[in-house]
Design a protein around this ligand. Structure first.
Ligand code: ADP
Length: 638
């Protein structure tokens, strides 16, 4: 180990170099965003300091005015972004700048690799999902020098980090008088455009007007040439951004572009959001909320520790990123700001846990997001479809998590069905209900682990014949969904592979009972062969083409869920399936006439195994199945 203070040269994590190369290549056409990213980080650092100083005033080091300063040096060809925020210790620099801290980095890079499409456009979309932050500096710089000191540590605890972005960086401890971070970009040869005050100033007001921390530039840096000739003066800094928190402004005064830029700032996203809701709530629990729905799912949507969600502010002071307190888990993709006038500034995580005001903000915000989604679904189907593609799977967690809004969420769900085209999920439950058969009173669904298995399942035969629509559920989360969503608008949801089919008057019940009576002998004979492998053998009303199928008893766990749990290594109750025979099928008719007990047993077993295979299950003894089948085939040709 090198002793703290020494200059060390360290290798980047392998992934960092890879990400850097991608960033430079794919974001080049949009290179000015480096300034937005670095200013966003600086503003986060200033807000963190303000929050920590609430309980430890000494962190201000007698200088409580926070600012971000942007300057450049034409001769040295550098641009510097400097903040007097929280700063970083040496360890923090190594941990956050030398590595890409997210556990999903590897996965992200794999996703890039797998795409097989390395056009800059497609890569920049993916990079956008990932968020590059600090590393965007290397789009325009071939060397970056970062100097920082954590607020509250003595001036000898400064840290200097430098890298050309090619595999390694150096880090050393130095003196730094002021707290906070300064980042100097040594611009690449062709990036002279950023050595112009006007250019920088216009980028700042485009991207960062809404940031409440003042962003300052030297007055002389955007003076005209005549002013330039004046004699030397002490440097005069001037604020260049508007500096009012965007969410506090009047809705009608905010342009779409401003909303979009603010979104990119808080979400560290490169794409415009899909939509937003912005509103102020008056009364005893006053607050303002500005919440966005992103256009694209971040690649870490399924990771446990998500960074950027809904931020909590109290009277314009940033308190914390507390997505889970302000949004239910199934809406974790929502980004934004809640700024409360009613909470105390020294609110802690523990207080938040049990705070009634937070609860009511969460309840109202949830309703507002669901309302926004309903509005989009109603007014702009295409846009809603875009949303569903990105976030549908997360929304399906909703009915289990949010009992109070179950019906609302259910109305927002979309499914593939036997009447929709392809696997795309486009059908709502309302649409389903609208086109139900006259005497149909249930919403039917099938779960399977692939679209093909669901679409071609023998369980659908009678539904196809009778033109009854069935939802095709093939996401893992669908099993979870249907175990919590039992009905919608008074219509119960029913698995087509469970219980006795009751298609109401659509099917002829009496006829079925009569047939069962007539064939009792056959059913008993099959049951005798299969023994405890099946719970019951009965006549099927589901099949028109296949000879047999398996179904679960009404209250037993379905076969798909059992298989899924087993795959996940979890305990699943092993319930026996019910074996249903299609008495109109020639094979079954033949079986009924079979005098040879051995052959009858083989036929029964083969039908059972086939039924298992047809619904996507696995055979316990595949070799035995093949053996029996071959035996039967041989006897055919005899
Ligand atoms: P992100 O902002 O998405 O976390 P970045 O790569 O931009 O990713 O930054 C990584 C981390 O480095 C930040 O989370 C923060 O902890 C630290 N950091 C970056 N810039 C600054 C700064 N100006 N002051 C203090 N810390 C910073």
């Amino acid at each position: 180990m090198t002793v703290d203070g020494h200059k060390e040269t360290l290798e980047f994590q392998a992934e960092v170099s890879q990400v850097l190369n991608l960033v430079i290549r794919s974001l080049y056409s949009n290179k000015e965003i480096f300034l937005r990213e670095l200013i966003s980080n600086a503003s986060d650092a200033a807000e963190k300091l303000r929050f920590e100083a609430l309980t430890d005033d000494a962190l201000y080091e007698e200088d409580p005015s926070l600012n971000i300063r942007v300057s450049f040096d034409k001769e040295k060809k550098t641009v510097t972004i400097e903040d007097n925020g929280i700063g970083m210790s040496r360890q923090e620099v190594t941990e956050t700048i030398g590595t890409i801290a997210s556990s999903g980095t590897k996965k992200f890079l794999e996703a890039l690799g797998n795409k097989g499409d390395d056009s800059a456009a497609s890569q920049s979309q993916l990079i956008g999902q990932f968020g590059v932050g600090f590393y965007s500096a290397f789009i325009v710089a071939d060397k970056v020098t970062l100097q920082t000191r954590r607020a509250g540590l003595g001036k000898e605890h400064g840290v200097r980090w430098e890298s050309t972005g090619e595999g390694a960086y150096t880090i050393e401890t130095t003196e730094k008088a002021g707290r906070g971070t300064s980042i100097t970009l040594h611009l690449r040869e062709d990036e002279g455009e950023f050595l112009e005050g006007y250019r920088l100033r216009s980028i700042i007001s485009k991207f960062s007007d809404h940031i409440s921390i003042p962003i300052e530039m030297l007055k002389e840096h955007y003076a005209t040439e005549e002013d330039d000739k004046e004699e030397e003066k002490a440097p005069e800094w001037e604020q260049v951004n508007k500096g009012t928190a965007l969410w506090m402004r009047n809705k009608s005064d905010i342009t779409d572009e401003e909303y979009n830029e603010f979104y990119k700032h808080i979400a560290h996203d490169f794409e415009d959001p899909l939509d937003q809701v912005h509103n102020r709530v008056e009364g005893t629990n006053e607050y303002t909320a500005l919440m966005y729905i992103p256009s694209r799912a971040p690649f870490d949507l399924w990771e446990r520790d998500q960074k950027h969600g809904v931020k909590l502010y109290v009277r314009r002071v940033f308190i914390m990123d507390e997505a889970e307190k302000l949004m239910p888990h199934y809406l974790r993709f929502v980004k934004g700001v809640v700024d409360s006038d009613a909470l105390p500034l020294n609110v802690s995580r523990e207080i938040l846990q049990h705070d009634k005001k937070i609860d009511s903000i969460r309840t109202a915000s949830t309703k507002r997001i669901l309302g926004l989604l309903e509005k989009i679904a109603k007014n702009d189907g295409e846009k809603y479809q875009k949303f569903w593609k990105e976030f549908g799977r997360v929304m399906k967690e909703g009915p289990a998590e949010d009992y109070a809004n179950k019906e609302k969420i259910a109305g927002l769900l979309r499914f593939a069905t036997t009447k929709s085209e392809g696997k795309e999920e486009t059908v709502s439950l309302d649409q389903y209900i609208e086109r139900m058969q006259e005497k149909q009173d249930k919403i039917y669904y099938i779960t399977a682990d692939s679209y093909a298995a669901a679409r071609h399942s023998p369980h659908l035969e009678v539904f196809n014949t009778k033109d009854v629509e069935v939802l095709l559920l093939t996401d893992r989360v669908d099993e979870w969904l249907v175990s919590h969503l039992h009905e919608y608008k008074g219509k119960s949801l029913q698995s087509v592979a469970k219980g006795q089919l009751d298609l109401g008057d659509i099917e002829d019940k009496e006829a079925l009972e009569k047939v069962a009576e007539e064939h009792k002998g056959l059913l008993d004979r099959v049951k005798a062969v299969l023994g405890d492998d099946v719970k019951e053998v009965r006549v099927s009303s589901r099949l028109t083409e296949s000879p047999a199928c398996l179904v679960a008893d009404e209250h037993d766990m379905g076969a798909n869920l059992q298989r899924m749990l087993k795959q996940l290594g979890q305990e699943a109750p092993t319930t026996k399936p019910i074996f249903e025979l299609n008495l109109k099928h020639p094979l079954v008719e033949k079986m009924d006439q079979e005098p040879d007990e051995d052959r009858f047993a083989d036929l029964s077993r083969v039908l059972l195994d086939q039924a298992t295979l047809a619904e996507g299950g696995q055979l316990e003894d595949p070799a035995a199945f093949v053996h029996r089948l071959n035996k039967l085939m041989l006897s055919l040709s005899a």
